[in-house]
Design a binder for this molecule. Structure first.
Ligand code: BT5
Length: 329
């Protein structure tokens, strides 16, 4: 209902509308409207009210309602269906739920706030209200299940290009799933899949991009290693950023389908900040060091330890010695 009320005010184009009129057109009580308007005010919307004329919307904050998203989109299918939630535990969980029920490819679930955003394993990902873009994209690719891991690579390319377009020209990909800016984590990506042996049912690509995060919004262990657009001096429009990311994601997804993964790997390498660096590979309690020399056709990182070249299928990689080289343009 709150979205409908907002849409109503937007259509009024800054003109006053009376509570009575809204109540009649939307079939809700005037008290309910008043309560919704108060919540919207708490969310940063500014209304002017007049006892004679009613209310008019004079300022809408930088939120990601379906209407805002639609006004910025330039994709064919990605983001054309939006499930918008002010708050949820995790958009990946919501997306799984609706994918199971048949939600179509390209649908996104987006939330202003996640109360239990997750990273890989059991790690948490902090997602406070409107301080980032927290969303999940549903894909139903024709790839074989064993190729699904490559969707993370594809997603990283799309997101990296999207955030470069919005001013962070030096953003680069750290294998396998982070986007760094000058060595600091700007984006986390979590890919999850449901598949049988022969066929992928759906893939959920969960993406968290830090826009207005300040130091204290990050978990303590990430305060020195994470960043946001705001931290980097850019007051980014969240809807334009989302639109740019979805556009680039859709483009790279087409590349994967039409030209195959060789081209995706090539694109990934051109945006990588991992290859060529001394790295530490951390896998559970074990770790070893070496030089990242490439990725193979399955998307595994190749690390030359001096004795052999190992294939890293999963795990964490930290880049030494400064865990943060400035990527080459
Ligand atoms: C990731 O995991 O980076 C994947 C994060 C994916 C989040 C999106 S948001 C939408 C969707 N819904 C979800 O529930 N998840 C996805 P990983 O590589 O495991 O990194 C997790 C680590 O990043 C944590 O242990 C923290 O140290 C750090 N961290 C937590 N919040 C952060 C933030 N906002 N920005 C940067 N780093 C953060």
């Amino acid at each position: 209902m709150r979205n409908e009320i907002l849409e109503y005010f937007r259509k009024a184009n800054g003109q006053f509308v009376s509570g009575q009129q809204i109540s009649r057109d939307l079939h809700v009580s005037r008290t309910a409207i008043w309560k919704h308007i108060n919540v919207l005010k708490e969310r940063g919307y500014i209304f002017e009210s007049s006892t004679r004329k009613g209310y008019r919307l004079i300022y809408a904050p930088n939120l990601l309602t379906p209407l805002e998203i639609e006004s910025a989109l330039h994709t064919e299918t990605f983001g054309r269906h939006v499930v918008y939630l002010e708050t949820t535990s995790s958009t990946n969980d919501e997306a799984k739920e609706i994918a199971r029920k048949g939600a179509e490819e390209g649908t996104i679930v987006i939330a202003e706030e996640q109360t239990n955003g997750h990273g890989r394993l059991t790690r948490k990902f902090n997602c406070p209200f409107a301080k980032g873009i927290w969303f999940s994209l549903i894909l139903r690719p024709k790839f074989f299940p064993m190729e699904a891991a490559k969707c993370t690579l594809l997603a990283a390319i799309g997101v990296c290009r999207g955030i470069r377009r919005m001013g962070l020209k030096d953003a680069g990909i750290k294998w396998p799933n982070d986007i760094l800016y000058h060595g600091k984590k700007m984006v986390g990506i979590l890919t999850e899949m449901s598949a049988s042996m022969e066929k992928i049912d759906y893939i959920i690509i969960g993406i968290g991009i830090n826009t207005g995060m300040k130091k204290n919004d990050f978990p303590e262990e990430a305060r020195e290693t994470a960043t946001s657009f705001l931290n980097e001096g850019i007051d980014v429009s969240r809807k334009d950023l989302l639109a740019a990311v979805l556009y680039e994601l859709e483009k790279e997804y087409k590349v994967a389908q039409e030209e195959g993964f060789d081209k995706v790997l090539e694109d990934w390498k051109s945006l990588s900040v991992t290859i060529g660096q001394e790295v530490r590979v951390i896998f559970g309690d074990d770790s070893y060091t070496g030089k990242a020399v490439g990725i193979d056709k399955d998307g595994c990182l190749l690390v030359d330890t001096g004795k052999a070249v190992t294939r890293v299928l999963a795990g964490d990689v930290s880049i030494r010695p400064i865990d943060a080289p400035i990527p080459k343009r």
